[in-house]
Write a new protein. Structure first.
Length: 151
């Protein structure tokens, strides 16, 4: 599976995150995947993600964060997307609030697939029009079609 649009299930997209804090965002996105049966022990996955964030923030700047981790509680690579209209302090590199969140989870031992997806996502997020379109997207269908178009 090479395409982000194939990896991202419509049920794992939330265009209006309720969260106001870093931990809440991670919990909210993990909970979407957990509800789909993609994550065992969601609380442990949240802790793994937070531990990863302590090492270095996945807030890459420009209003974007890509929290990610390889975990024993995930059987296959999966992704969730969330957007915050207000923006959330996420210890981003540029110290600015984050609006777009791509959560990437993979099973331990799948580093190369994980890194390929991270780099593909990073390349897509360098396109200003792509980011602007995601910031304006009102529905899960819109989000998916924006991603498909850009891929």
């Amino acid at each position: 599976m090479n395409d982000i649009s194939e990896l991202l299930d419509k049920r794992a997209i939330k265009v209006r995150l309720k969260s106001r804090r870093k931990r809440e965002v991670i919990e909210e996105l993990v909970s979407l995947l957990s509800g789909m049966g993609k994550v065992e022990a969601p609380g442990k996955v949240v802790e793994e993600l937070l531990k990863r964030e302590k090492i270095s923030s996945t807030g890459i700047g420009g209003g974007i964060a890509i929290p990610h981790v390889l975990s024993d509680f995930v059987r296959q690579t999966t992704m969730a997307f969330g957007r915050s209209e207000e923006g959330i302090q996420f210890d981003a590199m540029d110290k600015q609030p984050v609006y777009l969140f791509f959560l990437l989870l993979g099973p331990k031992g799948h580093q190369s697939e994980h890194l390929k997806l991270l780099s593909k996502l990073s390349r897509l997020l360098k396109h200003e029009q792509f980011v602007k379109a995601l910031l304006k997207a009102e529905t899960t269908d819109e989000v998916l079609s924006i991603i498909k178009e850009q891929e």
